[in-house]
Design a protein around this ligand. Structure first.
Ligand code: ADP
Ligand code: MG
Length: 581
């Protein structure tokens, strides 16, 4: 059977998994790690770096790197990195391509088919942009599934006889998702989902970064523009402090100088867990609304959710755990590593699609996370008012689903109707997101009130198809929704593909060495000046040995560099210490 991979394309980290021998398994990347940071770098030699190497480079040369581009998916924004310009799907495609290569190296054969996960709250544009990213990476995207659904699939896979309600709380780097579901005799039914597309672990790091900058009388936004290197290094310090605060009661942050160097005798800021909790309290409070909404929409009582599953790296923060625990009155479950669950579930989904025997007793149903409909005009006596929203598919309807509504012309001899399609929960379209429009023409002359049937079909990928039918003429209008950010014509896709193919990638088999060099170069800015020379010459040595082809010298200089780094207090870990779950 052709390999079929599952991919968690995260804001912060991406992972790849495969269903093998009746189990989902994670695939290590070029440097032996399971998490590939979703970071892209363009080196001075115009080479593309993906993952951990790019993340190291981002600390020293933020203008050569980009992270969190998932937040731009579905927009038309283009970003400049190291003199090159990219769209969000192009950047995502570089991550996907790198994961695809990891899978190919691991499996020893070509990989094309993939399931890619997206936040439940991703709208149509964002889903299409994700699909496009897959295409640009040379993948055949068989299904787009919601991240919490994938997480539930992983839990459901191991607990098939269970009969219970689950709630999945996923706080990643940039998004927050809550999903309620029921498991009953191997059938996994999503009952409701809610979320926020701008709330994640990065906001917590930003809070801490802003706090640290305030102590220097600096403001985050201004500093980001004026002293990008300072902010990049400080953010990396704050990220580490945030993680320590998940296990310790106090952490320190070394204040870099304006050039982003930590150097001799830096100012040390101390932050206690209590201080941190106060600082992030406004963010923690924002968890309430989506959780309450998902519970309310599920028509269950809070107490019925005996299984609260934590997903996403940011759920490691104590304040988040405690909040969830208090809300549901139960200890949240993290039977499976919150970093891995989504990718593993995506591999289970791949197995379901390819009818793997190991999952033949499993069934999964998902829901549409938001209401979809069209704009209509309402009549109030003599007045006609535009801008009202007519829902066609209500949120939390089980998918796939196809629903029809009849609308009618509003003026005599109206020959055309512009069907404007929106998603959202607001009564008026101005409060909702416009997905596109469909021009219906050729309506025969006549009085107002001529019917037009509008059919919405929402498929398992969460992609919407709109059709309009004029009964009098028998004419059908199928919607390729126009004005859709993130979607491209065939010619544009070809062009983007060629552009992507023209990029030079840093060779995969040299990535370990390159990562070590970038790690060490990052450390250069964090040690005292008297230690710098030694470290720099260690890096030079290693680079020369790398290029010399002399195996013995290479091993020696590598060991030398690693030892030097660890005496300076920086332990380099290039292999995952854990067993693949
Ligand atoms: P995404 O799915 O958006 O890629 P992840 O699930 O990988 O995100 O979570 C990334 C976020 O989790 C980051 O903001 C990171 O800082 C945070 N995170 C990871 N580990 C920890 C930890 N031990 N303590 C606190 N936050 C953490
Ligand atoms: Mg995630």
């Amino acid at each position: 059977m052709a390999p079929f991979i599952g991919i968690d394309l995260g804001t912060t980290n991406s992972l790849c998994a495969i269903f093998e021998d009746g189990q989902p398994k994670l695939i290590p990347n070029a440097i032996g790690q399971l998490l590939t940071p979703s970071v892209i770098g363009v080196t001075a030699a115009d080479e593309i770096l993906v993952g951990a190497a790019a993340k190291e480079l981002a600390v020293v040369q933020p203008d050569r790197c980009m992270a969190a581009f998932k937040r731009l998916m579905g927009t038309n924004r283009r970003v400049q990195i190291g003199g090159r310009e990219f769209s969000a799907p192009e950047l995502s495609s570089l991550v996907l391509k790198s994961l695809k290569q990891d899978a190919e190296a691991y499996l020893g054969k070509a990989v094309r088919d993939a399931v890619i996960t997206v936040p439940a709250y991703f709208n149509d544009n964002q889903r299409k942009a994700t699909r496009l990213a897959g295409e640009l990476a040379g993948l055949n995207v068989r299904r787009i599934i919601n991240e919490p659904t994938a997480a539930a699939l992983k839990y459901g896979f191991h607990d098939r006889q269970a009969e219970k309600y689950f709630i999945v709380i996923d706080l990643g780097g940039g998004t927050f998702d809550v999903t309620a579901m029921e498991v009953f005799e191997g059938t996994l039914e999503i009952i409701s989902t809610a979320g926020e597309s701008f709330l994640g672990g990065e906001d917590f790091t930003n809070r801490l970064t802003a706090w640290a900058l305030e102590s220097q009388k600096l403001n985050l936004e201004t500093a980001e523009m004026r002293h990008p290197q300072l902010v990049a290094r400080l953010r990396s310090e704050c990220e580490a402090a945030k993680r320590r605060l998940a296990v310790e009661s106090e952490a320190t942050i070394r204040m870099p100088d304006l050039n982003g160097d930590i150097g001799d005798d830096p100012e040390i800021l101390r932050v206690t867990q209590k201080q941190f909790d106060t600082l992030i309290d406004p963010l923690v409070k924002r968890l309430a609304r989506p959780i309450a909404k998902a519970v309310r929409d599920s028509r269950r009582e809070t107490g019925e959710f005996q299984n609260v599953i934590l997903v996403g790296g940011a759920t490691r923060m104590n304040a988040v755990r405690n909040y969830v625990k208090t809300f549901f009155g139960v200890e949240p479950l993290c039977t499976y590593d919150p970093d891995y669950v989504v990718a593993l579930g995506a591999a289970v989904q791949a197995a379901l699609i390819s009818d793997d025997r190991a999952v033949d007793d499993m069934v999964m149903t998902d829901v549409c996370p938001f209401t979809l409909g069209v704009e209509i005009v309402k009549e109030f006596g003599q007045h006609q008012m535009t801008g009202y929203f007519l829902p066609i598919i209500h949120r939390n309807t089980t998918i796939p689903v196809s629903r029809e509504q009849i609308v009618s012309t509003i003026a005599p001899n109206q020959r055309e109707v512009l069907v404007r399609v929106f998603q959202g929960e607001s009564r008026k379209v101005e409060g909702n997101l416009k997905l596109g429009e469909l021009q219906v023409s050729g309506i025969p002359p006549g009085p107002s009130g001529q019917p037009i049937q509008i059919r919405f079909t929402y498929d398992l990928n969460g992609i919407l198809e709109v059709e309009a039918f004029v009964p009098q003429t028998g004419k059908k209008f199928a919607a390729v929704l126009t004005q859709n950010a993130g979607t491209l014509s065939k010619a544009e896709i070809e062009k983007a593909l060629r552009r992507m193919q023209g990029l030079k990638f840093y060779p995969r088999d040299e990535m370990r060495n390159r990562h070590l060099v970038l790690f060490a170069e990052r450390v250069v800015g964090e040690v005292a000046s008297f230690q710098r020379d030694e470290l720099e010459s260690g890096i030079d040595q290693f680079e020369q040995a790398m290029n010399s082809g002399d195996r013995e010298w290479f091993e020696q200089s590598r060991t030398g560099l690693l030892t030097l780094l660890s005496t300076l207090g920086f332990v380099y870990e290039d292999e995952t210490q854990e067993e693949t779950p």
